[in-house]
Ligand binder design. Sequence first.
Ligand SMILES: [Zn+2]
Length: 338
Amino acid sequence: MNMYAFQKLPQLVDKRGKLVHKGSYSKRKNGVNSITTRVWHHSLTKLSAGGSKIESFADFHVRTNGWPEIAYHLIINPKHVVDGKATIYYCVDIAKRSYHVGNSNTIGLGICVIGDYRTDKLDTPTLKSIQDLHAALIKDGIGKYDKAHNEMPGYSWKDCCVYSYQKAFKETLADNLPVKGTEPTEVPGLYTIQEGDTFWSIALKEKKDGITVEDLIAANPDVKPTELKVGQTIKLGAAKNTYTPTPETPKKEQSAYKYPLPSGVLKTGSTDKAAIKQLQNALNAVNFKCGTADGIYGAKTKDAVTRFQKVYSPYEVDGTYGPNTKSKLQAVLKSKGY
Ligand SMILES: [Zn+2]
């Protein structure tokens, strides 16, 4: 099997099949020939953050979003530099169609530079690897065009990739690379679900204009977050502040709700039967069934809480009910009119 020029780059590390995955992406219809566009991303995680690494991205994409593999084909890591060049990880075979640009996945090659370039800056080792990879891909005839994620259809509102990839292809000094002057584009009122989307990835990961998962839930009562369909339209920009109460509207007293929620922490072994019953009634009301409300935090209740968290707070799935789960559950109850 012939190796591509990009595979021979000395700073490239082959991670294909070595990261967390659940199955495999499907092959592109015409294999590598299907690729027309090299799509440039950033990870939107600060370089200084502990989670700014490929293992965490794979975990998020596979375990949280339920995708088969990590989103990007190639990832550049500014934090690992060898011989003056940032390491490039080859994560997903380029003949496969990965999830990184929704409806354009078939034609897009996903290249991600780790960092949040709204505040982080590209340094020289990273620029060198961007240039090496770009030149090698051109030599290999992989793709014809370069585009930022937010230049792809349906993504003009996205803060990705933010850095100027065109300048990165040419320039060597990070100081000469100002953050791309992106006009803040307005978040569209409606949003069409693309492959691989979740409420979480749409609202919280992109966090535009303070639109929260709670807002999305409240503004889209007929949409089941667990069953999003490609092509389905949801309220996005229009969802802003749907849940967040305005200062003039005082929050209802908890007891005034049909399903009042207990405060504090409840978990396996908790003994506050009245509080557990309230939680069980609320979970049943929003269709995260936990059986009869018997006031016992048993396996069924823990399972229902876990399933709820997987959908609404996937960073903290522990089967324990606390303040965060409470606020999410309150939002879901509100979206159902309770
Ligand atoms: Zn992106």
